[in-house]
Design a protein around this ligand. Structure first.
Ligand code: HGY
Ligand code: MN
Ligand code: MN
Length: 418
């Protein structure tokens, strides 16, 4: 490959990001693209079209992970992979995940343009359901690739309307058995994901490239609270067993536990809240909460959980309600691979780009890819750290720089000794 690093077609990459952002179920500039929704299926078609025009060999697995491969001169050697996701939670932005998918395609096209010839094949992955919106669990596609979710748990997943994974993937024409998804050993030699930081650090410190050395471990819990309903006018206050007041106390206890875990890396959010019967003149008899608890350290995350659970028992006893906890997922944190991080740093240096190592507090498919091969992430700044909201924004110059670092890193990894 020429001494210099290939140029990314910045205008084309930006245009594609804008085009993909218009494939949404939300009012622009918001983006909503939930797994296997029409928008998600149209978004997949859009990206598959780009992969085909780049001459990549396409395949889709049983859960909808999409693979676009640039076959190298050593086609049977473990493959170098990159990629991210295009699904988006309701009312999100247009860069989360998309930068890694479209930036990955641009990086491959730039290498092709520069006459680079891969030795190890280079494969772009578009992961199914990085977001938990449809089935309540994040990273479903990369989890299954890594064999990190029991098949019996994956196959019974249902969305809030009761639709099953099989029914929905069937809509996308995916009929193969789910046990075909898990990757064989040494399938990939390395994985590098380009992603917006979803935090304010890089922008604040005017650093264009972040190299992710650790990804916080996510856990999620569904909590069902059952009290006693009744007429809002007729049921007097003494003796009420109002489920939504118990839920309110529990949500505050969740916040308190995160503060008291002993680490500033503990974060907890009661992000989903459904009240039943949800009528102004009816005392709530049931509430379903979903709680998101994360930490870069398992020990302090578990400490926060113990605090939450004991607070929950106290609330149940005091208010005479039943509180049942169900774990949705509890995943360990992941570490970046030192060698892969150093390659990304060297390439950044070659491009005159300052870097810093950092922790990702958001989870990503890299959290699971790190279980199957040496993995790191390349972060780029996003305005005020905004993400999961329409104001999400990343400057084209930063996106282009990130894609250039990705291109150089993939080229180096593809020529790693077999
Ligand atoms: O929630 C997360 O960390 C990711 O953006 N799905
Ligand atoms: Mn996200
Ligand atoms: Mn993401």
């Amino acid at each position: 490959m020429s001494a210099g690093l290939p140029e990314i077609d910045s205008a084309l990459l930006q245009r594609r990001i804008d085009e993909l952002s218009l494939i949404t179920e939300a009012e622009s500039p918001a983006v909503t693209r939930v797994l296997f929704s029409d928008a998600d299926l149209r978004g997949r078609d859009y990206v598959a079209g780009l992969g085909r025009s780049a001459g990549l060999a396409l395949r889709v697995d049983a859960v909808g992970n999409m693979f676009a491969r640039w076959v190298g001169s050593a086609p049977d050697a473990p493959v170098v992979a990159t990629g991210s996701h295009i699904d988006a939670i309701p009312n999100a932005g247009k860069f989360d995940g998309v930068v890694g998918v479209l930036g990955g395609i641009s990086a491959i096209e730039a290498l092709q343009e520069a006459g680079f010839k891969p030795m190890r094949s280079i494969e772009l992955i578009v992961f199914t359901a990085e977001e938990p919106t449809r089935f309540g669990i994040g990273c479903l596609g990369s989890r299954m690739l890594a064999g990190a979710i029991p098949l019996e748990k994956a196959s019974v997943l249902r969305d809030p309307e009761g639709k099953s994974l099989d029914e929905l993937r069937g809509r996308a024409g995916l009929k193969e058995a789910l046990d075909s998804v898990a990757l064989p050993k040494n399938f990939y030699s390395a994985f590098v994901e380009l992603h917006i930081e979803q935090g304010p650090l890089l922008e604040q410190q005017h650093i264009p490239i972040g190299i992710v050395q650790a990804i916080a471990g996510p856990s999620a819990y569904r909590v069902r609270i059952t009290g006693e309903g009744g007429h809002a006018g007729a049921v007097l206050m003494p003796g009420r067993r109002d489920a939504s007041l118990a839920a309110s106390e529990l949500a505050l206890a969740v916040e308190k536990a995160a503060h008291e875990s002993g680490s500033t890396d503990t974060v907890a959010t009661t992000g989903k809240w459904e009240v039943f019967p949800n009528a102004i003149n009816s005392v709530p008899c049931g509430v379903m909460l979903e709680i998101d608890l994360r930490d870069t350290c398992l020990e302090t995350r578990d400490r926060a959980l113990v605090l939450m659970r004991s607070a929950s028992e106290g609330i149940a006893a005091r208010r005479g309600v039943e509180i049942i906890w169900e774990e949705i997922n509890a995943d360990p944190p992941a570490d970046g691979d030192p060698k892969t991080m150093t390659i990304a740093e060297d390439v950044s240096l070659q491009l005159g780009l300052a870097t810093r190592r950092m922790v990702s507090r958001a989870y990503h498919d890299s959290l699971f890819m790190a279980r199957v091969c040496p993995t790191t992430m390349i972060f780029i700044p996003c305005r005020k750290g905004y993400s999961h909201r329409p104001e999400e924004y990343s400057d084209p110059a930063h996106i282009t720089a990130g894609a250039r670092v990705l291109a150089g890193t993939l080229a180096r990894l593809s020529h790693q000794p077999l």
